[in-house]
Structure formats: structure tokens, C-alpha cells
Design a protein around this ligand. Structure first.
Ligand code: KG4
Length: 346
């Protein structure tokens, strides 16, 4: 079995995983409450909190499962992309543990982890498949040819979709991160009085853009506020208009990608895949194109250690491990590219 640790942003995750026995145990600690008063993630606070939480969380998983450190055959960690300071917490910790146990160290790409989360489910895809990764930090369409072999079709030119949801939610005075609340509000809209332009419909590639939509939504909110018509109804109708435009933009690009690449398996990963409207629309699209839709359960959609464990396991069985004489992280590690970015020698 391997142990995996994740600390790339504001979630501390630990998981124990044995791919042969289909065994998984994991723990997750979210720092959302810590960052809420600042309206966004404060990198320094995130790093310090990861330091506080990583070992207790790990002990909890091991104790609950009755597993000793000596039973661990490899230590996987998120090596990027993410916040430099936050990444370093799990990286140095994993390196120290692997060194002490004399087992291999397994660096895992966070985006790869998201795409592999669906393999924790019973309903798993065969390769190849089309991957849609939609989170607070990323929005991308990627062809997954096989494990470790990725072809990026498109990504966001500016804000990630989750980031846009959160920023519009902030302007509307919802909590942080407000994506889910904005979505709940949108579902309460009785009328659909407003329409916002669907981004990137006339852009030929597979890239996304949500910054313009965010600005349009902000302008509409300010106009309604100045007119004195910023009522509860108006709030939910604006939330609906924003969500609808964002969802339609994603569905449009996914349809284009499925039609043009011929893939008939679609894997959706990342925190925004919890969005019910988007799930429904992707389900309808999949039926229309006779494609199969694969979604991880909500707890594995957001950042977690379990997804790093699954990806780490795949690397471990392939012997894709590193030695513990160096600590490697890369805050801008691109999916499918080699890991470079030597930070420290231990
Ligand atoms: O995967 P994740 O943890 O992302 C990163 O940390 O990057 O996902 C978090 C993001 C946040 O932006 C959050 O607002 C968004 O996913 N999110 C949603 C929903 N639930 C979470 N956005 C829209 N609708 C939702 N239901």
C-alpha cells in the first residue's frame, strides 16, 4: 500500500491506497474557514496550516485503519501545480517519510490526480477518453490517451470557471468560496429576466474564457443596485443568468470536442463538476451523442488525497518514482510534461 499527501492549495489530504486490493482510506481537512475572512486563499496562512494538520491527519488515517508506517511501500505527494509554499509542505514531509522508511517517493501532478479521481468509482472509463477539468484554479479539455499520456485541447485564457463563480458570488455578497451558493441561488430563480452572453461561441478552438462574463455580470449587478432594484428575486435571476452562460459555454466546447475527436467517453473532474445544472446538461449531451459520462462522487471532485493516491499508485506500479536525495515541486507543472524544478537537496 502507498500513502499519499496533498497540500497544493487550501485542502490538506492524506490517503492510504492499495490498487490491487481496491483499498482506500482517506482524510481531508479544508482550510476554507481560515481564509473566509480574507475572501480568498492567503498562501502563507495556507502553508502554515498544512504544517499543523498533515501529521495529525496522517496519524488519524493510520490509527483508524490499524496500519503501521512500516507497511507503506511508497509515498506519493502533489508536486504541482499549486502554491509554492503549500506544495513544499507535503513535498518535504513526503520526502522525509520516504527517506526514513527507505521507500520510493512518487511525485504526482495535481491535474492528473483530478482526472484519475473517477477511477475511485465502480463506474470507471476505459482509455482513451475526453477529460473536462473544471475547478477553482483550472478549466481545461484534455484527451487522455492512456495513463500518463495527455493531449491538451484547450484551457482558459483568463479566469478558471470556479474562480469566475467565486468572484461573481463575492460581488453579490455571498460567502467564500461562493460558487456552490451562487448555484443554489440560481436554482431559486422564478423568472429568467436577464441573459448574459455565452463566452467563446465564435472562437474556433477549444479554449475557454470567463473573465468577460464575470465583468458583464458585475456590471448588471451594479446597474440593478443603482436603480434600486437589487431585490432577492433580482439576485437569483442574475445568478441564473451567469450560471446559464457559463454552463452553456462549457457544454458548447465539450460538444465540439466530442464531435471533432470522436471520443465517446467523457470524464468530468474538479470542484465545479458538483454543479447540478452542468451535470444535467452534460448528461443530456452524452445521451444525444451516445457518449458515456463519468463523474467522481462530490467528495472526490474537490482537492483530496485519494486522487493523488490513485495517480501515485499508477506511477508506482510503473516504477515512475524518484529518490529522496532531492525535493521536487513545480508550482506551474504542466499536465503531461516532465517534472523539473529542483528546489532543495536533502
Ligand atoms: O477542485 P476545487 O477544490 O478547486 C480548486 O481548489 O481549484 O474546486 C473548488 C471550486 C471553487 O471555485 C468552488 O466555488 C467551485 O469549485 N464549486 C462550484 C460548485 N461547487 C464548488 N462552482 C459552481 N457550482 C457548484 N455547485
Amino acid at each position: 500500500m502507498i500513502l499519499a499527501v496533498e497540500s497544493s492549495c487550501d485542502e490538506t489530504g492524506v490517503a492510504l491506497y492499495d490498487g490491487n486490493a481496491n483499498y482506500l482510506a482517506h482524510k481531508l481537512y479544508s482550510q476554507v474557514a481560515l481564509h473566509r475572512e480574507f475572501g480568498g486563499v492567503v498562501p502563507e496562512l495556507a502553508s502554515r496550516d498544512h504544517i499543523r494538520k498533515l501529521l495529525p491527519l496522517c496519524r488519524e488515517v493510520l490509527d483508524e485503519q490499524g496500519v503501521e508506517f512500516e507497511q507503506i511501500r511508497g509515498v506519493a505527494y502533489t508536486a504541482g501545480p499549486g502554491l509554492m509554499g503549500a506544495l513544499l509542505v507535503a513535498a518535504t514531509w513526503a520526502c522525509g517519510l520516504a527517506m526514513g522508511l527507505e521507500v520510493p517517493l512518487i511525485p504526482v501532478n495535481h491535474l492528473e490526480g483530478h482526472l484519475m479521481a473517477v477511477f475511485l468509482e465502480e463506474h470507471r472509463p476505459d482509455y482513451p477518453f475526453l477529460g473536462l477539468l473544471i475547478s477553482g484554479g483550472n478549466t481545461m479539455l484534455v484527451e487522455v490517451i492512456e495513463f500518463g499520456k495527455y493531449r491538451l485541447l484547450g484551457s482558459t485564457l483568463d479566469d478558471a470557471v470556479g474562480e469566475a463563480f467565486d468572484k461573481v458570488a463575492k460581488v453579490m455578497g455571498l460567502g467564500y468560496p461562493g460558487g456552490a451558493q451562487l448555484s443554489n441561488l440560481a436554482e431559486m430563480a422564478g423568472k429568467h429576466s436577464y441573459q448574459l452572453p455565452v463566452p467563446m461561441l465564435h472562437h474556433s478552438g477549444y479554449d475557454f474564457s470567463f473573465s468577460g462574463l464575470k465583468t458583464e455580470a458585475g456590471s448588471l449587478i451594479r446597474r440593478l443596485q443603482m436603480q434600486g432594484s437589487w431585490s432577492e428575486e433580482a439576485r437569483s435571476e442574475v445568478a441564473h443568468a451567469f450560471q446559464e452562460a457559463a454552463v452553456q459555454s462549457i457544454v458548447f466546447k465539450v460538444k465540439k470536442a466530442l464531435c471533432e475527436t470522436g471520443h465517446r467517453r467523457l470524464v468530468v473532474a474538479g470542484g465545479v463538476s458538483a454543479n447540478r445544472r452542468l451535470r444535467d446538461e452534460l448528461q443530456i449531451l452524452s445521451q444525444e451523442l451516445s457518449a458515456e459520462l463519468f463523474l467522481a462522487r462530490p467528495e472526490f471532485c474537490t482537492d483530496n488525497g485519494a486522487m493523488i493516491a490513485v495517480a501515485g499508485w499508477e506511477h508506482w506500479v510503473r516504477g515512475e518514482v524518484i529518490t529522496t536525495d532531492k525535493i521536487l515541486v513545480n508550482p506551474r507543472w504542466r499536465l503531461g510534461s516532465g517534472l523539473t524544478g529542483l528546489v532543495a537537496r536533502s
